[in-house]
Design a protein around this ligand. Sequence first.
Ligand SMILES: NC(=O)c1ccc[n+]([C@@H]2O[C@H](COP(=O)([O-])OP(=O)(O)OC[C@H]3O[C@@H](n4cnc5c(N)ncnc54)[C@H](OP(=O)(O)O)[C@@H]3O)[C@@H](O)[C@H]2O)c1
Length: 293
Amino acid sequence: MKKLLVFGRRGQLGTALHTFGQSHEQFEIRVLGRPDVDLTDSRSVAALIDTENPDGIINAAAYTAVDDAEQDEENAFRLNATAPHWLAKCAKKRNIPLIHVSTDYVFDGNSETPYRPNDDIAPINTYGRTKLAGEWGCLGTHPDKTYVVRTSWVYSEWGSNFVKTMLKLGETRTELAVVHDQVGSPTYAADLAQACLDMMSQILDGVVDAPGIYHFSNAGTCSWFEFAQEIFKSSESMNLSETTSEKFPRPAKRPQFSKLDVTKFEETFSITTRPWQNALDECLKNLTKIITT
Ligand SMILES: NC(=O)c1ccc[n+]([C@@H]2O[C@H](COP(=O)([O-])OP(=O)(O)OC[C@H]3O[C@@H](n4cnc5c(N)ncnc54)[C@H](OP(=O)(O)O)[C@@H]3O)[C@@H](O)[C@H]2O)c1
C-alpha cells in the first residue's frame, strides 16, 4: 500500500482527506496537523518526512485568514510561500510527487471568462500574493513532480466557511443581505479531497505524468447571494436581499470574478466535476446528520 503524507489535519480539506483515509483501499493516508509539526519549522518538517517515508505529499495547510493576512504578511508568507517551498525541496530529495493546493485569489477578477491555469496572474491582496509565491516556490523547486491545484470558495461540514456562517445566522435572523457582485464557484472540500486522491493515484500509477497547474472547483457559477439562496432554498422563514461589496467593506479586496476553468483537470485526469448545487446538497445533509446525532 502506498503511503501519503498530508499536512493540514484540522483544516477543511485536511479533515476530508483524513475521513477518506479511514478506509482507503489504495493509500495509507497519514494526515498531520500542528500538534505533530509546525510547517514553518523546516528542520522538523524535513526530519518528519524522512521518518514517515511517504510515496507522495499533499499540502492542505495554509494561512487562509484572508483579511488578517493584510496586517500579518510575514506569517502568511511563512506558511503560504516559504513552507511549500521547503516541502517541495523535501519531495524533490525523495523524488516523490507533491500536490500543493492554491487559490483563485491569484487572479485579479477582471476577466469575463473562466480563468485557465496559464492565464495572467495578478493577485489583489496579501493572501493571494503569498499563495502565488508558494506556487512558484513549489514549481520552481520540484518542476518534474509538483501539481498545483487552484481551488475556490471551499466549504465543508468542518471549520468556518460561508455555508456554516449562513446557517448560523439563519438560527437568529430572518433577513440577510448577501453580496451579489462577486462571482465564482463553490467547492465542496470532500470533492476536492477526492480529486487530490484521484490525481495522486494516477500520478503514482504512471497513468499521468503532467506536472504543472490545475484548476478544480465544482461545476457551475454563482454569486455569494445565489449561493445563499441555494443554502436556504428549503427555508421559508429566510428573506435574502442582494447587496454589493462596496456596502460590505473588508480589509482585503476580493476578485469580483474568480470562476476557474477546470477543463485541463477534467481532460488530464478523466474526471468530471459535479454541479455545485449537488455537492452543496450532500454537505447540507451531512450537516443535518451531525446536528441530529
Ligand atoms: N477556504 C477557502 O475558501 C479556500 C479558497 C481557495 C483556496 N483555498 C486553499 O485550499 C487549501 C485548503 O484550505 P482549507 O479551507 O481547508 O484551509 P483551513 O480550513 O483554513 O485549514 C488550514 C490548515 O492549515 C493548518 N496550519 C496553519 N498554520 C500551520 C502551521 N504553522 N503548521 C502546520 N499547519 C498549519 C491549520 O492547522 P490548525 O488546524 O492547527 O490551525 C489548518 O489545518 C489551502 O491551500 C487554501 O489556501 C481555500
